[in-house]
Design a binder for this molecule. Sequence first.
Ligand SMILES: O=C(COP(=O)(O)O)NO
Ligand SMILES: [Ca+2]
Ligand code: NA
Ligand SMILES: [Zn+2]
Length: 313
Amino acid sequence: AYVNTKEILEKASQEFYAVPALNINNLEFLQVIIEAGLEERAPVIIETSEGAIKYAGNGNILRGAKLFVDMVRAYADTIDIPVALHLDHGKHFEFIMAAIKAGYSSVMIDASEYPFEENLKITKKIVEIAHSVGVSVEAELGRLVGIEDNVIVEEHEAALVDPDEAAEFVEKTGVDFLAPAIGTSHGAFKFKGAAKLDFDRLKKVKNLTNKPLVLHGASSVPQEIVKLAEEYGANFKGAKGVPSEILKEAVRYGINKVNTDTDLRMAFVAGLREFLAGNPAEFDPRKYFKTSKEYVKKVIKDRMRLLDCANKA
Ligand SMILES: O=C(COP(=O)(O)O)NO
Ligand SMILES: [Ca+2]
Ligand code: NA
Ligand SMILES: [Zn+2]
């Protein structure tokens, strides 16, 4: 069934488990996410960035948004696990409105690069619009280090979430779920030194807001995938993600939505490289994505179990 993201996350927050939010750009990722959800009996949160919407619609934003809603609903309306579609890192009004108009379950308004008051004002406006038509809203406080949606956020600018600000922010905006920056970053090259998240801030944000919380930049960059891809010519030197143990701890302290994009991308390309190296004569796209899809599916199933949302559909 096609549901509102808030429904999935409120339940997760009550029962202290988390659901992976899985980014898609094409049909193949959607197919294996649905298969994984059905096999694990897990709720499914699918998300698309603004770039994915532009990509799918050949630059036409509303067409791209509608394409994803129609694809996701074609699956969701015919299966018995809950499925939600979320706009990830909505930064531009045009994309947020297109997602709402097309029928997304929820939208993120990411105004985290602005000062607090500005972020609050922008987020409040989006919440009013989205809530008026039953769409739920995610917002972000603090900034991730490293590359944030192809905007390089310098180390020194990286500002982790201020828990007291978070309480005021949630109170004044009415946002449904919140992404507190606690030390992660997007992409395959996280952390300068040892992987470390600020759990003290996380616990405070949870206690002060009592809202479902989102961890961005949560890919683990499994080393076996890195090695396999490198065996077939990839160059992923220095790739590093969030260790599983740290993810489990984050869930214990109140993270309920775990944004996962990089791990899916790396599994897909590792499978593609391996398949193409071993099948020089193959040119049927229903075949040469096979290994890629298997690897992506396994990453997703493992993560559903790790986050404890398996058998929670
Ligand atoms: O935060 C993410 C994904 O993060 P990763 O790059 O760690 O998969 N999407 O919004
Ligand atoms: Ca941001
Ligand atoms: Na998001
Ligand atoms: Zn993110």
